[in-house]
Design a protein around this ligand. Sequence first.
Ligand code: ATP
Ligand code: MG
Ligand code: FE
Length: 332
Amino acid sequence: MLILGIETSCDETAAAVVASGRKVLADVVATQFDLHADYGGVVPELAARRHQENILPVIRAALKQANVTLREVQAIAVTQGPGLIGALVVGFAVAKSMAYALKVPLLGVHHLQAHIAAAFLGDAPPDFPFIALVVSGGHTNLYRVESFRQIILLGRSRDDAAGEAFDKVAKLLQLGYPGGVAIEKLSGQGDAQTFALPRPRIHHEPLTFSFSGLKTAVANVLKRNQDIIRTPQGVADLAASFQQAVVDSLVSRALLAVRRHDYPCLVVAGGVAANQRLRQELQAQTAAAGVKLFLPSLKLCTDNAAMVAAMGYHLLQAGETLDLRADVFARG
Ligand code: ATP
Ligand code: MG
Ligand code: FE
């Protein structure tokens, strides 16, 4: 079963060909970092226009990479939401037209569920049930996953998402956009013990995340010590201290959810799951707790269409195809 996946929810135009929800035959991602860098964040109108330019070349490149013709594609999976409406409709319109013209099923994929489905690509997928932490640019969500059709939210961030915090702190440290990778790189040269930053907890809501206070704490450190930004070591130490605070918040809650539900597996996905410090800490703590950890490869953590095709495959198995009159959604 060959599925073509299409993703245009934010600032990545992506297409992929995946066999039976498992084997990635092609995975093409065109990022728009250059386009939005000057603005320090994604500009929706510009993103939509760039998707329009890129979508067909990206799909053609994916088919070519997979050595697959259009006639061999058996279903089209596309991100339906959440995301930027103007960006989503570009991929969605193309997917609908292709499904109609090729007379194959159309599969509408929830972007966050696709991040989870990334863990099923490859030879050793997780077994249900498991706890999933989706930690990305727009979300920090903890789920109890009973099956592909039963994904129950346990906790989320009450303010900024973890990836958003990385991006905002990178801006404060003048590291450019997007900031996750820059902070990770710089943290390698810093000492995470240098600055005591908060690990905010919400009273009576142990599975709720909060990152805006942490961002403010970093801003306050910079305000009090104006020399830090002028010394590379100071910036590296602050980056490392911030990164460790985020990692501690994420890992402690993910493990708490696993313990509470007594589930044997933990899946961590989304762009921030590409962070090496987070991966190390998760590996160490799940090993100590006897929990099986599933982390998609770095390329499958950040936005891509292989995960969309994978989720689409599981929807198809469940008979959940989309009507051609369906529309995209921004939230939910
Ligand atoms: P969402 O999935 O919530 O709709 P998104 O699709 O924009 O948001 P992703 O592409 O999944 O998000 O992830 C992008 C985020 O991941 C950005 O905030 C980026 O800074 C962060 N990120 C990417 N790589 C790393 C890394 N190595 N360390 C920390 N953060 C990272
Ligand atoms: Mg993105
Ligand atoms: Fe994403």
